[in-house]
Design a protein around this ligand. Sequence first.
Ligand SMILES: [Zn+2]
Length: 139
Amino acid sequence: MSTQFTDAELLAYLDEGLPVTRMTAIEAALRDSEPLRLRTAELRDQREAQGHTVGEIWRRSRLSCPTRHQLGSYLLGALETNLAQYILFHVETVGCRYCAANIEDLRASQPADSAETAQRRQKFFQSSAGHMRKRRERD
Ligand SMILES: [Zn+2]
């Protein structure tokens, strides 16, 4: 339901100024509701037209940006859910171009099938380990 959030809440959400549980609830609603996404985008655009909100200042000075290391972990799916959701929100909803560019860059430097590669690497490691330590029992 997209009507369960007020404009003020959505704006606070854009500023990351809500308690985590509320942030998460809005994030979930945004994923499910196209009208809510449009409404939030409209609120964001209205504020950006004004250009002097806390959120805008944060984005300009990139105070709310995750580190490059966090972005890398995000791409690998190695972050805890809250942080991963934050980054998704930060890039997709807030539309941080700096982080989007950083993610593009990180993605380009990773093999496209990194999950498969990791799996292959693990198999190789297991067979090497098995070969080298044949007598060692598995736990
Ligand atoms: Zn950013």
